[in-house]
Ligand binder design. Structure first.
Ligand SMILES: Cc1cc2nc3c(=O)[nH]c(=O)nc-3n(C[C@H](O)[C@H](O)[C@H](O)COP(=O)(O)OP(=O)(O)OC[C@H]3O[C@@H](n4cnc5c(N)ncnc54)[C@H](O)[C@@H]3O)c2cc1C
Length: 393
């Protein structure tokens, strides 16, 4: 069988690309259903983009690479598509846009788009081998137990990253990119909870509070959640993308607040009150009890000198912790790193040295912040490749 374009992976990027590339396109996926990560995303409501998409909110060895695709297919384009399909949506927080209903509406929308464009979709189909003779690719596929050979002028690698192998994530895009001589950057689990030695936070498990979390060059004002295994919540997931093994993270437990001034005022008003009681009005009492195990929080407010108040404020606004590790690929929302952008065109996503080979979505070394940024990259890079293919055809 001959096709114009073979897309490997029926996830967010692959489906979007197929909708643009149009007739003569075949999308294959080894899973039984398309867009499984879309289905489970955003707690089942898919945080499909963000009002505040901008290149600075993406990590990559080349921070400029994402600019072109994001500028040519924007959040407003995707919002228009969603609205055209009659899908109701709302802003939850920080510009994050979610479906009012289920995330499967987004999958259904993409399937309607690829059907209208005249592209085909084969599920439960595995790639056994891919070769290139200089002008056409030949793919040996296994579909429902039967072998099938497909030749294509273009091949699009859209099989995503390594996160959540249980959902069918594989390193296929990376293996094929390497086969065709493309470079890779280191891949790491990102948007992932931190783990700490057994029992460190178990007494606080389930407790959540707004913080400013910082690691490396990343700093985020969002919620932090204590878990049995360590720390999670949006602020922690965000900084995990900037953290490296062995490094410390810093937590401001009372962001934007002048704790020293508040404690001095409390001391003047009721000096006989216990310091832990006063802190318990600013922070969850359970957390204050936990902090008292390592900070000198005994005594009354009247016992506190200005110098001790300053020390205490610094400790609460720069609580330094050293994570043991992360929960890894099992729960990471995305893969940091991937196919190096050095070998790809930022306009078309085509490999510079292998005409007809494209890489899109999470497989590329472009990783967004939490909050709809990763889907926007999937849509934008998928459209960049799909448009280039449609123009060429
Ligand atoms: C739990 C969770 C929640 C998330 N929530 C959000 C969110 O709300 N907003 C957001 O922006 N991002 C979210 N993300 C990230 C987002 O899902 C991904 O960044 C996005 O799906 C990447 O799109 P993609 O098309 O590159 O890869 P995917 O969507 O992962 O698609 C890859 C496809 O390739 C297929 N495939 C893989 N290996 C093979 C193989 N060997 N052979 C054939 N097919 C293969 C897979 O079955 C899959 O269908 C979430 C991720 C997770 C894990």
């Amino acid at each position: 069988m001959q096709v114009e374009t073979l897309i490997l992976g029926a996830g967010a990027a692959g489906l979007m690309c197929a909708a643009q590339a149009g007739a003569g396109t075949l999308v294959i996926d080894h899973a039984r259903n398309p867009g499984e990560k879309i289905r489970i995303s955003g707690g089942g409501r898919c945080n499909f983009t963000n009002y505040e998409v901008e290149p600075a909110r993406f990590l990559s060895e080349n921070p400029h690479f994402c600019k072109s695709a994001l500028a040519r297919y924007t959040q407003w384009d995707f919002i228009e598509l969603v609205s055209r399909h009659g899908i109701a949506w709302h802003e939850k927080t920080l510009g994050q846009l979610f479906c009012d209903g289920k995330s499967t509406q987004i999958v259904a929308m993409l399937l309607r788009e690829i059907e209208a464009a005249g592209a085909d979709l084969w599920l439960s189909t595995a790639l056994r081998e891919l070769s290139h003779d200089g002008s056409r690719f030949t793919a040996r596929l296994e579909r429902e137990g039967r072998e099938q050979q497909v030749t294509a002028r273009n091949v699009v690698l859209a099989t995503g990253g390594r996160s959540i192998p249980k959902m069918g994530a594989t390193g296929l895009a990376y293996d094929l990119a390497a086969q065709f001589g493309l470079e890779m950057t280191e891949t790491r689990p990102a948007l992932v909870p931190f783990t700490f030695p057994e029992g460190r936070f178990s007494a606080l498990s389930g407790l959540s509070l707004p913080v400013r979390a910082a690691a490396g060059r990343g700093s985020f004002d969002e919620a932090m959640l204590f878990t049995h295994r360590g720390l999670s919540g949006p602020a922690i997931l965000q900084v995990s993308s900037y953290w490296r093994e062995g490094e410390e993270i810093a937590i401001d437990l009372l962001p934007g607040q002048d704790i020293a001034a508040a404690l001095k005022a409390a001391r003047a008003e009721s000096g006989r009150r216990a310091l832990t009681t006063a802190l318990g009005q600013m922070l969850p009492p359970k957390l204050v009890a936990h902090l008292a195990e390592s900070l000198p929080l005994g005594g009354n407010l009247a016992d506190l000198s200005d110098a001790r108040i300053a020390e205490l404020a610094a400790a609460l606004q720069g609580w330094v912790l050293r994570p043991q590790g992360t929960e890894g690929w099992r729960t990471a929302e995305v893969t940091l790193g991937g196919v190096s952008t050095a070998g790809l065109s930022s306009k078309t996503m085509m490999a510079r040295d292998v005409p007809g080979l494209y890489v899109i979505g999470e497989a590329v070394d472009v990783t967004g912040w939490l909050g709809g940024y990763n889907f926007q990259w999937a849509w934008s890079s998928g459209v960049a490749a799909g448009d280039a293919i449609a123009r060429d055809t």
